[in-house]
Ligand binder design. Structure first.
Ligand SMILES: Cc1ncc(COP(=O)(O)O)c(C=O)c1O
Length: 363
């Protein structure tokens, strides 16, 4: 295959082509240093510049409040599932969790290793097709240490339209792995947000954390050095050898977002792209959307067809038409189109057209 095709994978997912072309050059020789980005010391001048630019551009992208710090850590978003409670859920205290899908359930399981978990909303009986529409569906505990939610449920295809209100005294924690920087965000509402890079930011393995400074002071137990947020905050995210290439690439994606017009432009582009596919679902009696309409994701569009055989055929033919990575997660079945920031509009147009044609010939 000599041409690039449309990649609808849920993650690692599509990256902007112009970023990948820049990476090709910088892997060989960055800043005319005669050395590629992968080969520079994390204490050297070239990496100093990479990190400084990444942080500066990252702050611009999200309008980072002065009260918050942007960090980069390793271990995937999955390590954040335990780092958050290890640092901030004291013995004998409760943290409240929204159970809205598999990743939320992973976070809940890890938090139980450290303290008490109150599931303040349980989406499981409804097969995770919906998120709460009003706070009357939510039951907070008395005085939780923090409230954790997953802003976009990658597998289910549901996304919060705005942050949940939380009890006073608690701080808000978000797993924003699959919709980070896909739309404007008011970070002043967050105590801590984390996002694995492999969907909207860059390569797998690098995790961006945004943490409010007063939350950093709340570490509640002795922990190994690498598991403390303060270690990373106090050492410019390079206490040890950081994932320099990943951080560099995230920096290139930040520059790309800024060139596109920032998060407002991302949101407009994402809404238009998602509409093409949701319209194709809604106009047909052939495809059934998994998520309820009020909480449909702009990033992961999940739908089923009438039989597993037809779904298999759909995915196979989509692939043959240059639309890759459409297979739904086994827990939901059907198909999933992940249309992260870097998915071009042309990819969504091609998919919508393919869906119409497939319906015409198989419906
Ligand atoms: C919302 C969400 N949280 C957490 C994870 C886990 O990320 P990682 O594989 O980087 O640990 C994923 C992975 O797809 C995800 O979509």
């Amino acid at each position: 295959m000599s041409e690039r095709i449309f990649n609808f994978s849920a993650g690692p997912g599509v990256l902007p082509e112009e970023v990948l072309k820049q990476v090709q050059q910088d892997v060989l020789n960055i800043f005319d240093s005669g050395i590629g980005i992968l080969e520079h010391s994390h204490r050297g001048k070239a990496y100093d510049r990479v990190l400084a630019e990444t942080l500066e551009d990252g702050k611009k992208v999200c309008n980072l409040p002065d009260t918050h710090k942007m960090l980069f850590v390793q271990g995937g978003a999955s390590s954040q599932c335990f780092m958050v409670p290890a640092n901030y859920l004291p013995d004998g205290r409760t943290a409240d969790y929204y159970k809205t899908g598999k990743w939320a359930m992973d976070s809940i399981a890890e938090a139980k290793l450290y303290g008490t978990v109150n599931v303040c909303y349980d989406g499981e009986p409804g097969r995770f097709k919906r998120l709460p529409e009003s706070m009357s569906e939510v039951k907070y505990s008395d005085n939780p240490a923090y409230v954790h939610f997953t802003s976009n449920n990658t597998i289910m295809g549901t996304q919060w339209k705005e942050e949940p209100e939380i009890p006073s005294g608690a701080f808000l924690v978000s797993d924003a792995s699959s919709d980070i920087f896909s739309q404007p965000i008011d970070l002043s509402k967050y105590g801590l947000l984390y996002a694995g890079a492999q969907k909207n930011l860059g390569p797998a393995g690098t995790v961006m954390v945004i943490v409010r400074e007063d939350v950093l002071d709340k570490q509640c137990r002795e922990l190994p050095t690498m598991l403390r947020y303060t270690t990373h905050a106090e050492n410019e995210s390079r206490y040890n050898t950081p994932p320099t290439f990943g951080i560099y690439l995230v920096g290139q994606v930040f520059k790309w977002i800024l060139r596109q017009g920032g998060l407002e432009a991302m949101q407009k582009h994402n809404k238009e792209k998602a509409k093409l596919i949701y319209d194709a679902i809604d106009a047909s009696g052939f495809y059934t959307g998994h998520a309820e309409k009020h909480c449909r994701s702009l990033m992961n569009i999940t739908f089923t067809l009438s039989t597993p055989e037809l779904e298999k055929k759909f995915i196979k033919e989509a692939e043959a038409n240059g639309l890759d990575g459409m297979k739904g997660h086994r827990s939901v079945g059907g198909a999933r189109a992940s249309i992260y920031n870097a998915m071009p509009r042309a990819g969504c147009e091609a998919l919508a057209q393919f869906m119409q044609e497939f319906e015409r010939t198989n419906g």
